[in-house]
Design a protein around this ligand. Structure first.
Ligand SMILES: [Fe+2]
Ligand SMILES: [Fe+2]
Length: 174
């Protein structure tokens, strides 16, 4: 069984992962509206990954005999003032998620819940990657400045990202 406090915190994290998917899908729709198909693709793949994060915790709570409770998902913003502003917002969001994961590890550690600490290590590593990949795009956009040519080159590059469902080795909650 799982401690109530840990179960509640994991349920909150499930909600935040779904919110992350919602936020990135909203950003994808924003990029579609600018006809930046590569940026839209990148954000759409990001949204798909966030759904797998939510499901990983969902599966884990069930596996531990806990109860999943799905809450309302907050509505994300609709517009950003520029591609750079959207990616900066994504970066700020990922930093917040990292802090939440760290708080979860602290809580599970305090509750001596080693299994949850272990499960969360995947997320600790994932957040390092997430922050770094979003920050890469932020840096590129800053270098591009007001050059439409540079923006279209980044768009072409981001068009190549594909969604890879997590394998068992990466941990699929099983
Ligand atoms: Fe996530
Ligand atoms: Fe994320």
């Amino acid at each position: 069984m799982i401690e109530k406090s840990v179960e509640e915190a994991l349920n909150r994290q499930i909600n935040r992962e779904f919110y992350s998917a919602y936020l990135y899908l909203a950003m994808s729709a924003y990029f579609e509206s600018l006809n930046l198909k590569g940026f839209a693709n990148w954000m759409r793949v990001q949204a798909q990954e966030e759904l797998t994060h939510a499901m990983k915790i969902y599966d884990y709570v069930n596996e531990r005999g806990g109860r999943v409770r799905l809450d309302a998902i907050e509505a994300p913003p609709v517009e950003w003032s520029s591609p750079l502003e959207a990616f900066e917002a994504a970066y700020e969001h990922e930093k917040k998620v990292t802090a939440m994961i760290n708080d979860l590890v602290d809580l599970a550690t305090a509750e001596k819940d080693h299994a949850t600490v272990n499960m969360l290590q995947w997320f600790v590593a994932e957040q390092v990657e997430e922050e770094s990949s979003v920050s890469d795009v932020v840096q590129k956009l800053k270098l591009a400045g007001d050059s439409p040519g540079a923006l279209f080159m980044i768009d072409r590059e981001l068009a190549t990202r594909t969604f890879a469902p997590p394998t068992a080795a990466q941990g699929d909650g099983k």
